[in-house]
Design a protein around this ligand. Structure first.
Ligand code: ADP
Length: 306
């Protein structure tokens, strides 16, 4: 059997959260592209390899992250080690059920993940699908943004599938205009674009999910799937035809962290196994539903056999 290979490109961070017991923190790892890699790994069989493409330091904390990825079955061959850097961290404070975040990521190793074009090409070489996001793009220098877009464009030119989630985070960008420009350049090299409507409406002023899908197609994305919380998912096919699919309602939403990331994984895993768009959307929504029904970004038993 031919082995398929997916690369997920981005930043994974250390997550420190309060345990409720004074003086004690718990340590985990998360990040949008890592969350999707985690759920892809859970959803796909042994005939798929899921590799993470990033950069970390050579310190003990970076070792912990690499061990974590390996233990989850995620390939780390293309996680570069930079001697003078370490991983980004964030700290979650819980107050009256509301989560707030403090970040230390401005000088993280992952910001250099595209600084070596040869390493990037090696990571992409022979892969079937490359997954990345607007956060991946946001953390890079302008030069490295260009390097990554060019590498993914070449990968697509050789028949690779590029999948992009815009994951708009204006705080990671100099200004919203810069964010809009780069996100559109990224969409232009992507076969499939997976935006979330609420963010898109806020930052691009789209009137409805169809407007979001049409805008990304006008920028060059071949197909677009617009997520919209509990509302319908909108799909724009390469022909331009638009369909809408309802998502199952969830009785108890516990924590919406990673809703979009897990939807993307459920959708992609299903499509890679040959499912129709409708069935793949259903698989994405089902997985996202289980993830938001539990606490945290990474829910160990979220993927269940149908
Ligand atoms: P993001 O996490 O990127 O903001 P969304 O909030 O649009 O993404 O959610 C992604 C997917 O998660 C939705 O398409 C849907 O399948 C599922 N989802 C999110 N919120 C809900 C909800 N309240 N009820 C049911 N499904 C939800």
């Amino acid at each position: 059997m031919k082995m398929g290979r997916i690369v997920s490109i981005g930043e994974c961070m250390g997550e420190l959260s309060e345990t409720g017991s004074p003086g004690t923190l718990s340590m985990g790892f998360a990040g949008d592209t890592l969350n999707t890699a985690y759920y892809l790994r859970q959803s796909l069989g042994k005939d798929w390899q899921v590799d993470y493409v990033s950069a970390v330091g050579t310190d003990g904390l970076s070792d912990r992250m690499v061990d974590f990825l390996n233990n989850e079955g995620i390939g780390t061959e293309h996680v570069r080690r930079l001697a003078d850097k370490t991983i980004g961290l964030y700290y979650i404070t819980l107050k009256n059920g509301e989560r707030s975040f403090t970040y230390w990521r401005n000088d993280s190793a992952a910001k250099r993940l595209a600084s070596d074009p040869a390493a990037l090409h090696l990571a992409l070489d022979g892969a079937d699908l490359a997954y990345w996001s607007g956060i991946t793009l946001a953390i890079l220098s302008n030069q490295d943004r260009l390097t990554l877009i060019e590498a993914l464009g070449q990968f697509a030119g050789k028949g690779g599938t590029v999948v992009f989630d815009p994951n708009l985070r204006p705080r990671l960008w100099d200004n919203p205009e810069t964010m809009r420009g780069w996100v559109h350049r990224a969409a232009a090299v992507s076969d499939l674009c997976l935006p979330s409507f609420e963010d898109e409406a806020t930052w691009f002023g789209d009137a409805d999910p169809t407007a979001t899908a049409k805008r990304y197609q006008a920028e060059g994305a071949r197909r677009v799937i617009v997520k919209n919380g509990a509302d319908d998912v909108t799909f724009a096919a390469s022909s331009g035809e638009v369909s809408r699919f309802s998502v199952p309602s969830i009785e108890h939403v516990v924590d919406t962290t990673a809703a979009g990331d897990s939807f993307n994984a459920g959708y992609l895993a299903s499509e890679l196994k040959g499912a129709s768009v409708q069935d793949a959307v259903c698989a994405g929504a089902r997985l996202a539903g289980r993830v938001i029904g539990a606490r945290g970004a990474l829910v160990p038993d979220a993927v269940k056999p149908v």
